[in-house]
Write a protein that binds this ligand. Structure first.
Ligand SMILES: NC(=O)c1ccc[n+]([C@@H]2O[C@H](COP(=O)([O-])OP(=O)(O)OC[C@H]3O[C@@H](n4cnc5c(N)ncnc54)[C@H](OP(=O)(O)O)[C@@H]3O)[C@@H](O)[C@H]2O)c1
Length: 235
């Protein structure tokens, strides 16, 4: 169980479900998001609308006053109003690729850098970065979704690299990337019709699974890409 949880990318539906369940379990919940706090929010909320290097540092410093023992980073974009994921290389567009790399890799990297000092000094601290199984190069049998796959593969390398650097200074820290499983959110909404029966989880079910993964993390898996059930996925 956690006493204090920091959730970055807190407007994500999975993030909101993690926040609610953590709060219900008695943890202090801090959120960092580009979105403003809802007027009814029960959480400590830092709005980071700019997500510049400076604003990330500032938001993190404010949030760290709550001494989190767990950090979730939930930022991630598969599609938006401008573009759906590519079915073929012929649809690859440099601007779209750059945007996906920005949201899916650069934003998490900025926040991890801002967290670095704290993570090297906090015993047993845990960081879970939401990634995706489609970012596994070994697991890729289908192709397509170039920008999202490439950005999540890069995110997995970021997390692996970062975990090694933190471990040298704080061997008790555990930092992983996690595939949350296909979850009913705006991100998966256009792709839900062809899913096998039973594969789609609610955000609440996914949050429950991710909090169980958090509770059962061991130091041996630090740096790994984990599935929603805590098993290790190949890079
Ligand atoms: N849903 C699924 O089936 C599924 C499957 C595999 C992996 N995932 C991963 O799980 C994570 C959460 O997904 P979700 O389904 O909960 O998504 P969601 O509800 O669509 O939430 C989107 C998230 O991305 C952030 N975001 C959106 N646009 C951004 C931008 N321009 N710059 C920075 N951040 C931006 C939002 O942060 P703000 O709070 O700052 O707005 C929010 O955290 C993502 O990393 C996603 O790739 C989801």
């Amino acid at each position: 169980m956690s006493k204090s949880v920091l959730i970055i990318g807190g407007s994500s539906q999975i993030a909101q479900a993690i926040a609610k369940q953590s709060h219900d379990q008695g943890a202090r919940v801090s959120i960092i998001s580009r979105q403003p706090a809802p007027s009814t929010s029960a959480y400590i909320w830092q709005q980071d609308a700019l997500q510049s290097e400076d604003s990330c540092q500032h938001s993190v410093e404010e949030a760290l006053q709550q001494l989190p023992d767990t950090v979730f980073i939930c930022n991630g974009v598969l599609h938006d109003a401008a573009a759906m994921p590519e079915k073929t290389i012929r649809q690859l567009n440099s601007e779209q690729l750059a945007q996906r790399l920005h949201t899916n890799v650069i934003i998490p990297a900025q926040y991890l850098r801002a967290l670095f000092r704290y993570l090297t000094r906090t015993p047993q601290v845990k960081v879970l970065v939401l990634s995706a199984k489609v970012g596994s190069i070994t697991d890729n049998q289908l192709g397509g979704w170039y920008s999202y796959r490439m950005s999540k593969a890069a995110l997995n390398m970021l997390v692996k690299n970062f975990s090694l650097e933190v471990r040298r200074l704080n061997p008790s820290a555990c930092i992983v990337s996690v595939h949350p499983g296909t979850t009913d959110t705006p991100l998966s909404e256009p792709f839900q019709s062809n899913l096998p029966q039973g594969q789609l989880q609610t955000a609440e079910q996914t949050a429950q699974r991710l909090l169980k993964v958090r509770d059962e993390l061991t130091l041996e898996v630090s740096g790994s890409l984990l599935n929603w059930d805590g098993s290790i996925l190949p890079f």
